[in-house]
Structure formats: structure tokens, C-alpha cells
Design a protein around this ligand. Structure first.
Ligand code: NAP
Ligand code: GDD
Length: 345
């Protein structure tokens, strides 16, 4: 039976990956931060009480900023696979907390790689790093792949780029099976509420049920290549099962603007919108009652933003036999349906 250690198990991807690995009969260890309120909502359905004998899901308190907790856990469990999914993952927040972001998203990765090296786990433990399309920044290439250049434009992207390179560096210098998945945006009903897709879905469903009057957003013209998290964690797992350590772009190959995402959600909710105005004055008006339901708030504009991201995952298709399954419309439908169920209750 294989064992895996997931940092970020309480997050969107970590929760799906834990479910997936449990189904594959892994013993799953997860890193959990101590918080004053529960942060295990996404994994409560698979939680196993410590009193259960032979449990195969075990949570450990720790933090990416705390090498001693990482060392204690890794040296004790000696996992076959480590999935480093934990991060300060919000790009806008990284402009407000650049130092913390660098500590978690850059140095956190070295702390784990050092533990693999120093506890003689080089031959045993494979390492996956959650790299990101945010590392590309605003480069002009149409479809981005493993050979595209990186020019990150946020503290988050810069920190993640350090982790990308240090992962390659420990692979080349010490022979650790260490791989990067360069994942483009992926969403799900478990997406955090402050990322744009979930923010839009939640607010528009509330507006539909008269529980909110207006949704305030930032840049409506950015384009993202949105896939489904459930598809992407299959790719993450396949990357560590590949015959050699390597780096892979994971994307759908299609992108849409924030405005197009909004329009698709509204289609589902049967609300017709008229767009008026420009820049900070742009608004979306509900055709039925003439009320403004979408407006711009400059607080949500970032000091720098990527205009467009679209990925090419041909290498993953060729070498990992991986393909995204869920289409843009299906993803939105799933996210909206869940919110409708919540608010109907
Ligand atoms: P997420 O939902 O924000 O989850 C982040 C996880 O990291 C949470 O479990 C969080 O714990 C944990 N965490 C944050 N800071 C930590 C620290 N200092 N020590 C220990 N744990 C910490 O993110 P996600 O969407 O699942 O993404 C997973 C990973 O993939 C992240 O590294 C992200 O940067 C990267 N990524 C995501 C996407 C995407 O579109 N989703 C695309 C490319 C790359 P709490 O629950 O306690 O907050
Ligand atoms: N969050 C947010 N909130 N974004 C907004 C808003 C808003 O009110 N209004 C417009 N946007 C725009 C952002 O400016 C950005 O261009 C786009 O919506 C997507 O924002 P997010 O959903 O926050 O995602 P992200 O692309 O910045 O980052 C996500 O994807 C990365 C991969 O490319 C995160 O999951 C990162 O962790 C991940 O690495």
C-alpha cells in the first residue's frame, strides 16, 4: 500500500486529491494548519477519527513556514509521494502580503525538498510541486506550454517561479523524483469564495433569489483558461506515476473573459443583462427590472494583472494520456446548481 503526504489537504485541490488517493488505496497524510475555527469543511466527509484503528487518512498539524513541523512529519511517515499543494494561493492578496507569500510559496518548497534530502528519502519519496500558469505573466505567445518563457508579474507568480526552479534544481542536483505541474486555472463547487468564478456564481445566485442587490468586481476583460479541479488532480497524480520526473502544462486550451463567464452564469439563471458604460463606470443592468446588478469597484483591480492565459497540454496528452473532460458550460452548471441548492435550503 502506498502512502502520500498532501500539504494543502484542506484546500480545493487537496480535498479532491485526498478522495482520489483513498479510492486508490493509499494511506493519506495531510498537513493542517491550526486555526481558531474549523478549516476542514472540504474534507469532513472523509475525516477519520483518531480513535479508529487502521485509519488511512491522518491529519498532522503544521505549517509551510515551520520547518520543524515539516521535518517531524516527513521523517516519521516517510511517504512514497509528497504533493505540495499548500500555498497562499490568492494573487491579489500576494500584493498585500508579498513577504508572507514568498515565505510560504517559495521557501516552503525548499523546506520540504531539504527534508527529503536530509532524511535519506531521495530514492523513496517522489515530490510534486503545484506550479502555476501565473508564472508566465503577460507574454504574447498565444498558447503557453512547457517551453514558453516565464515573466511573472505578481509576488505570487514570482514566489511560485522560485519553487518551480528549486524543484528542477533538486531533481538535477540530487536525483530526487521532483516534478512540476504547471496548472492553469481550475475551479469547482469547492473553489474558495474570493476567487472570481465562485464569487460570481455565489453573488448571481443570491441576486436571483433577492438576497443581494449588486456584485462588485475588478477587471472584466481578463481571460482565463478554466478547467475542472477534479480533472486536474488526475493529471497531478499521473505526473508522479510517469516513468521519469518531468514538468507538464495542464490546461483545456480554451479561454474566456470574466464577462463571458458572467454571461454563461446568467444564461443558466435566466437573467438577461445589458452592459453600459466604460472603465470604472461600466455596469451590468438587469433587463427585466432595470436594476444595476454588476458594477466595478477599483478595490478589486490589481496593481498588475495578466490579460490572457491559455495553455497547451499536448505533452500531457501524449506522455500521460491525460485529457480534460469537463467543458466550460458543464463546470459552470455544476457550480451554479450547488449554490442554488444551498440558497433554496
Ligand atoms: P486553495 O484552495 O487556496 O488551498 C490552499 C491550501 O494551502 C489550503 O489547504 C490552505 O490551508 C493551505 N495553506 C495556505 N498557507 C499555508 C501554510 N503557510 N502552511 C500550510 N498550509 C497552508 O488552493 P487550490 O486552488 O486548492 O490550489 C492548490 C495549489 O495549486 C496551490 O499551491 C495553488 O497556488 C496552486 N495552483 C492552483 C490553481 C487553481 O486554479 N486552483 C492553478 C495553479 C496552481 P487553509 O485551509 O488552512 O487555508
Ligand atoms: N478574485 C477576483 N475578484 N478576481 C477578479 C475580480 C474579483 O472581484 N474581478 C475581476 N477579477 C479578475 C482578476 O483580476 C483576474 O484577472 C481574474 O479575474 C481571475 O482571478 P482569480 O479568480 O482570483 O484567479 P487568478 O487567475 O488570479 O489566480 C488563480 O489561478 C492561478 C493560475 O493561473 C489562483 O487559483 C492561483 O492560485 C493560480 O495559480
Amino acid at each position: 500500500m502506498k502512502s502520500a503526504f498532501i500539504t494543502g489537504i484542506t484546500g480545493q485541490d487537496g480535498s479532491y486529491l485526498a478522495e482520489f488517493l483513498l479510492k486508490k488505496n493509499y494511506t493519506v497524510h495531510g498537513l493542517k494548519r491550526r486555526t481558531s475555527t474549523f478549516n476542514t469543511k472540504r474534507i469532513d466527509h472523509i475525516y477519520q477519527d483518531p480513535s479508529i484503528s487502521n485509519r488511512n487518512l491522518i491529519l498532522h498539524h503544521g505549517d509551510l513556514l515551520d520547518a520543524s513541523s515539516l521535518n517531524n512529519i516527513i521523517s516519521k511517515i516517510k511517504p512514497d509521494e509528497i504533493y505540495n499543494l499548500a500555498a497562499q494561493s490568492h494573487v491579489a492578496v500576494s500584493f498585500e502580503q508579498p513577504e508572507y507569500t514568498a515565505n510560504a510559496d517559495a521557501l516552503g518548497t525548499v523546506r520540504i525538498l531539504e527534508a527529503i534530502k536530509n532524511f535519506n528519502l531521495i530514492k523513496k519519496t517522489k515530490f510534486y510541486q503545484a506550479s502555476t500558469s501565473e508564472m508566465f505573466g503577460n507574454i504574447s505567445e498565444k498558447k503557453l506550454d512547457e517551453n514558453s518563457i516565464f515573466k511573472p508579474i505578481s509576488p505570487y507568480g514570482v514566489s511560485k517561479l522560485f519553487s518551480y526552479w528549486i524543484t528542477k534544481n533538486y531533481r538535477d542536483s540530487y536525483g530526487i523524483f521532483a516534478s512540476n505541474g504547471i496548472l492553469f486555472n481550475h475551479e469547482s463547487p469547492r473553489r474558495g469564495e474570493t476567487f472570481v468564478t465562485q464569487k460570481i456564481v455565489t453573488a448571481l445566485v443570491k441576486i436571483k433569489f433577492n438576497l443581494q442587490s449588486c456584485l462588485y468586481l475588478g477587471n472584466l476583460y481578463a481571460k482565463r483558461d478554466w478547467g475542472h479541479a477534479k480533472d486536474y488532480i488526475v493529471a497531478i497524480w499521473k505526473i508522479l506515476q510517469h516513468k521519469k520526473a518531468d514538468d507538464f502544462c495542464i490546461a483545456t486550451g480554451n479561454n474566456y473573459s470574466i464577462k463571458e463567464f458572467i454571461e454563461e452564469v446568467l444564461k443558466y439563471l435566466d437573467i438577461k443583462i445589458i452592459w453600459k458604460g466604460k472603465g470604472l463606470s461600466e455596469v451590468g443592468i438587469n433587463k427585466k427590472n432595470n436594476k444595476i446588478i454588476i458594477a466595478i469597484d477599483k478595490r478589486y483591480m490589481r496593481p498588475n494583472d495578466i490579460n490572457s492565459l491559455i495553455g497547451d497540454s499536448a505533452k500531457a496528452k501524449r506522455e500521460l494520456n491525460w485529457n480534460p473532460k469537463v467543458k466550460f458550460e458543464e463546470l459552470i452548471c455544476e457550480m451554479v446548481k450547488l449554490q442554488i441548492d444551498i440558497y433554496k435550503k
